[in-house]
Design a protein. Structure first.
Length: 199
């Protein structure tokens, strides 16, 4: 009942309300990033959602496009700007994903959508994370976010899929707010972002 009907309703109505409330912040951040990134405040990327259906996720762009002498993008740590680091640490970069929730591609709570190239690398257990819509936050995010291993993330993701409930979602949302204020688990040790997943 909750997963099929109430959760989608809460997602849609909550995303619509938050978009209206946060619109001044969204506009301000977009303007500042447009200036810093020379007109490109948003980051678009293909991600697999429920049942591995590919959709386009939207986030604020926190890294520039600087390249080396061979035309290759510099490492993430060198492209992450000071402003981008602040936006990422406060999770403001996730705000545009409210549009994904509104469209029905994502939920407020669920396993984080990863990269399409990871799909062939998952084993049967790990594939279970795609039985539900991906989320802006999730059980893995409030239990370590980018500071935990891939195996730990998948364990948390699959546990969530098998234990979805209204109470659990409320717990995750409250813990997410706490994590954002404490700025915990933003990145792995020695990394600007999380290391790529390898089988």
């Amino acid at each position: 009942m909750y997963q099929c009907f109430l959760k989608p309703f809460f997602d849609f109505s909550g995303a619509l309300l938050l978009l209206l409330i946060s619109s001044p912040i969204l506009i301000l951040v977009a303007i500042v990033l447009a200036i810093q990134n020379s007109g490109a405040p948003f980051f678009f990327q293909k991600r697999p959602g429920k049942n591995e259906r590919i959709f386009t996720i939207v986030k604020f762009k926190t890294m520039n496009d600087k390249k080396d002498s061979n035309g290759n993008l510099l490492p993430d740590s060198q492209r992450l700007t000071a402003l981008g680091k602040f936006i990422r640490s406060t999770s403001l970069d996730e705000l545009p994903q409210l549009l994904n929730v509104l469209k029905g591609d994502m939920s407020f709570v669920g396993p984080r959508p990863l990269l399409p190239q990871y799909l062939p690398l998952y084993n049967h257990f790990q594939k279970q994370r795609h039985k539900v819509k991906p989320g802006i936050t999730g059980w893995a995010q409030v239990n370590g976010r980018n500071a935990i291993s891939w195996d730990q993330k998948f364990e948390y993701d699959v546990w969530y899929v098998n234990n979805i409930s209204f109470i659990l979602d409320m717990k995750i949302l409250l813990k997410t707010i706490e994590k954002v204020f404490k700025k915990e688990g933003i990145s792995q040790m020695g990394q600007a972002t999380v290391e790529p997943f390898k089988k």
